[in-house]
Ligand binder design. Structure first.
Ligand SMILES: CC(C)(COP(=O)(O)OP(=O)(O)OC[C@H]1O[C@@H](n2cnc3c(N)ncnc32)[C@H](O)[C@@H]1OP(=O)(O)O)[C@@H](O)C(=O)NCCC(=O)NCCS
Length: 180
């Protein structure tokens, strides 16, 4: 299975926004204008304002066909983090928060999600930041499909927290951690 990742670029934007309009994505993915503006700012290399302004956006292809969307963000000690985030951050390396969706419905429900996420973490450590040794991901506890996929990809739940910013402010999420 040939899975590749690249930074989101202008040529991907129609595909990304079409994916974000899919009902299965809208159910659990940030659907705010701020998030969409952040994607555009990232793509255009302009200053980002959402969360800490450091989110990176990625797109995955399988056998040459675009199918998934990911975001990554580095966690830093001076950020406003929950206790459970702070307690589980890497002590000596970098900690990266991820989010993930398969937008292309042709590839949904085909058992590709966990292997895609594992491939992305491998890609990230090899080509983006070799100092990463900890990944975080934070599914809605009412999204058992995502929780199942993250367990299969090697994440373990370490606690729950309430989002203090963004589309899910005030909502409880699980924090799941994978050490690499
Ligand atoms: C989450 C997501 C990436 C998973 O991709 P997918 O193609 O549906 O997942 P897969 O087919 O690879 O695997 C799904 C697994 O969950 C299981 N599953 C499906 N529905 C489930 C449910 N309601 N409860 C528990 N497990 C469930 C499947 O049986 C399968 O596990 P198995 O391989 O052990 O049988 C995809 O559904 C998606 O993009 N959803 C919208 C965005 C989203 O929710 N992102 C997560 C934000 S945190």
């Amino acid at each position: 299975m040939n899975i590749q990742f690249e930074k989101a670029e202008l040529k991907h934007i129609d595909t990304i926004f079409e994916w974000l309009r899919q009902p299965h994505m809208m159910e659990f993915w940030d659907n705010t204008q701020e998030h969409k503006d952040d994607i555009m700012n990232f793509i255009h290399g302009e200053k980002q304002h959402y969360f800490y302004g450091t989110t990176k956006y990625w797109i995955g292809s399988i056998e040459g066909e675009l199918y998934c969307f990911l975001l990554s963000d580095i966690l830093q000690k001076d950020q406003e983090l929950s206790d459970v985030h702070r307690e589980n951050m890497s002590k000596s390396g970098h900690t990266i928060g991820l989010d993930f969706g398969i937008g292309n419905t042709k590839f949904l429900g085909r058992g590709l999600a966990a292997q895609t996420l594992e491939a992305f973490m491998g890609f990230y450590c090899e080509f983006v930041d070799p100092l990463v040794d900890t990944f975080f991901i934070d599914p809605d506890p009412n999204n058992p499909r995502a929780v199942r996929v993250y367990c299969k990809a090697g994440f373990q739940k370490v606690g729950t927290y309430e989002a203090n910013a963004g589309a899910f402010i005030g909502q409880a999420s699980d924090l799941m951690v994978k050490r690499v």
